[in-house]
Design a binder for this molecule. Sequence first.
Ligand SMILES: CC(C)(COP(=O)(O)OP(=O)(O)OC[C@H]1O[C@@H](n2cnc3c(N)ncnc32)[C@H](O)[C@@H]1OP(=O)(O)O)[C@@H](O)C(=O)NCCC(=O)NCCS
Length: 247
Amino acid sequence: MSDVFPPRKLPPETSIDVWVIELGGPLEAGIKIDSILSIDERHRAERYVFAKDAFRFRLCRAMLRLGLAWYLEKAPQEVILTTDPRGKPCLAESSVLHFNVTHCDGLGLIAFTTLGEVGIDVEDGHRDVEALDVASANFTSNEAAMIAAAETSQEQTSIFLRLWTRKEAVLKASGYGIQGGLGTFDVSQQPPAMVKLSRALDDDSEPCWLVRDLELANEFTGAVAAPAGDWSILQLPVCSEDLTRLS
Ligand SMILES: CC(C)(COP(=O)(O)OP(=O)(O)OC[C@H]1O[C@@H](n2cnc3c(N)ncnc32)[C@H](O)[C@@H]1OP(=O)(O)O)[C@@H](O)C(=O)NCCC(=O)NCCS
């Protein structure tokens, strides 16, 4: 666990804590995990075809519960999760603490904040994507042109994933997910950039989102979105051994 691990109190409104979790590690760690998960979560884990995916889901969900319990000063089993009307996971009890989760291959990220709704996304930079085709069909013309202007396909993929994760972060902050429409707003501006979802332009309750990129190791690309304001990101490395210390 990092020396800069946060104190056991809610993060301030100027900061988003991002737990950076390696989802590798020994499968035996799973023995401890099950005591933290709800019955529904254990059943969901059983539906994964590959043991590796089931383990990653269980570890990431256990870390989410431990994180919420850490900040709320509760036992992990006392944390009750539900989903909002748009399908976004949230705390069942009203709370100033908000969170969002993303995982890709061996990396899980959890954003915790008291700023308001938050969205986070990560993608593996090694993945093979038809960057230009997907962007032409789903992104704004500005964004697609940015990708087309890149000189190599590797560069195209890297710009594509940068834009994709910014978009997903905004769509996850709003709770719409990908159904919010990838092409309905533009994230080609260099962060910190302000974004308002076009489907919510007449909706004053829908905030203006601020997007920031994450700096991650091993060519992972990530972004965070939260209500516009003067906030920064605190990245905190967490590993499966920390389960013992946190629980
Ligand atoms: C479900 C969705 C919100 C995110 O999916 P994703 O990018 O595959 O997955 P992520 O790892 O980033 O996020 C998954 C987490 O988002 C959270 N989540 C689920 N629905 C959500 C919603 N409506 N709003 C915000 N967060 C949501 C959950 O905590 C979930 O974690 P869990 O699976 O452990 O329960 C949605 O935007 C989606 O379907 N995206 C398409 C993904 C895709 O096509 N990716 C290709 C990349 S090139």
